[in-house]
Design a protein around this ligand. Structure first.
Ligand code: ZN
Length: 470
């Protein structure tokens, strides 16, 4: 039950799949066609959306339940307690107990049949998932139905302190990791207090300590109402029988007309520069660019910019790596409703940040002027092919993608089109996306360096302070 720190690295934003007019190679077309597995989709009377995908390769079943609410609701929302870390603590306490399975029985009952389960929290989504022998489908669906109806207050009361300590250990691991607070610093730079995106998913110790049992029950009751949730089953099931089993279990949970609207953070005011001082050896530069909305035709090319920069081993940044002037160059996307961000990270052993910015701008200008050749494109596409193949292979990954397709795209079958649109991006489109979206006029720059090297920061920087994290 840890948030997935690598979600951003999956580059798995789910666009609506731009019609792939550009021809794919026969091999890529075969890959995409192979992703289009049969799906059964229904919306139950209580509003629960259900997707069933039969997969008969092994006698197991993965069940994934996802809601479009997460840590962005922790703070600054009208009528909601201001508790950074609330959503993530709810995620932990989903396993505390429900009326018919109190005192942590969920984990014990699933372990007894050889099942395994996990959960995660992001700013705009939460999910629980479990994989069990297919004979245990009835047990698993009954457990999910019971806790969807509501948590058991006594069980939550009994477990809340120990789960606070578990969360504190997760935070301690973050604090012990070099650069572990950088993502909190990026949030604090981009979003002011009062916006849901300001705080890290794990929250702050003080706020997590103040969460009341009533806050947990209210958040779970609202976020996991049947009408907000998507349930996905992938596994060795007959789709009609599985859909009937879901209707008899989770379909019997009374609807809760809470209809929480999703609250989006205001986009940051750009450009902006920040300086965050931490106990680090060198200097790290984060360049953060807004991404086009999911539905924009240029979105696939903008997504691929992250792969292109992350794989740069030529050009001016590649030469810096080879000469030891850069320790690391990486890039990823942080997809969100409304678009999200592309982040490029440069770690240098020494030197002022302005030199890193100049080199980055030179690399962008070179990409704008010279469309990537076929070999460069193939390296970028190789990542997407590998990711698509992994999703196709792994029922747990596939169940999550199906849920994201329903929640973010409105179409459970969005994945093949999404992959095809990204594999079809050509060199001139990548150059055009760099010109349009990697603009110095619309970006945030965050420099992380040691206090004694504060002079390595950029002019007119905002000093980012995270006192609540320490
Ligand atoms: Zn956790």
């Amino acid at each position: 039950m840890v948030p997935r720190p690598t979600i951003a690295l999956l580059a798995c934003c789910l666009g609506p799949g731009v019609a792939h007019a550009a021809a794919l190679s026969p091999a890529d077309q075969a890959l995409v066609d192979g992703l289009a597995l049969p799906l059964h989709v229904a919306t139950l009377k209580n509003g629960l959306r259900v997707v069933v995908q039969p997969d008969h390769r092994a006698p197991v079943l993965t069940v994934h339940l996802q809601v479009p609410f997460g840590s962005s609701r922790d703070t600054g929302q009208p009528g909601w307690p201001d508790r950074p870390g609330l959503a993530h603590l709810v995620e932990h306490l989903l396993y505390a107990g429900s009326p018919r399975a109190p005192d942590g029985a969920y984990d014990a009952l699933l372990s007894a049949v050889g099942g395994e389960n996990n959960a995660w929290t992001e700013p705009y989504a939460m999910a629980v998932h479990a994989t069990v022998p297919v004979e245990a489908m009835g047990l698993l669906l009954a457990l999910e139905a019971d806790r969807m109806a509501g948590l058991d207050a006594d069980s939550v009361t009994a477990k809340i302190d120990s789960e606070r300590r578990v969360v504190e250990r997760e935070r301690a691991i973050d604090l012990d990791t070099p650069g572990g607070l950088d993502s909190a610093a990026r949030r604090a730079l981009l979003y002011p207090r009062g916006q849901g995106q300001h705080w890290p998913v794990l929250g702050t110790p003080a706020a997590v300590g103040q969460v009341q049992v009533g806050d947990i029950l209210a958040f779970q009751g609202a976020a996991f109402a049947p009408g907000q949730s998507v349930l996905v089953l992938v596994g060795d099931v007959d789709p009609v029988a599985a859909m009937d089993a879901v209707a008899d279990s989770l379909g019997a949970v009374p609807p809760r007309p809470v209809a929480l609207p999703q609250v989006l953070a205001e986009p940051p005011t750009l450009p902006i520069s920040g300086l965050y001082l931490d106990d680090v050896a060198g200097t790290t530069l984060y360049a953060i660019y807004p991404l086009p909305p999911d539905a924009a035709p240029e979105r696939p090319a903008a997504d691929l910019l992250a792969d292109w920069f992350g794989l740069q081993r030529q050009g001016c940044l590649g030469r810096m790596l080879q000469r030891g002037r850069l320790d690391r160059l990486t890039a990823w996307t942080e997809p969100e409703p409304g678009g999200g961000r592309l982040v490029i990270e440069l770690d240098a052993p020494r030197g002022p940040a302005r030199r890193l910015v100049a080199k980055l701008d030179q690399a962008v200008a070179d990409l704008v002027d010279h469309a990537p050749d076929q070999a460069e494109l193939e390296r970028v596409r190789a990542r997407w092919r590998a990711w698509a193949a992994r999703v196709q292979e792994d029922p747990v990954d596939r169940a999550e993608i199906l849920a994201r397709c329903v929640l973010e795209d409105g179409d459970a079958a969005c994945f093949p089109g999404h992959v095809a649109a990204h594999l079809a991006v050509d060199g001139p489109q990548l150059s055009a996306a760099a010109r349009d979206w990697l603009s110095p006029q619309r970006r945030a720059l965050l420099v992380v360096t040691a206090p004694k090297h504060a002079g390595r920061g950029l002019p007119d920087s905002v000093l980012v302070d995270l006192p609540e994290q320490r």
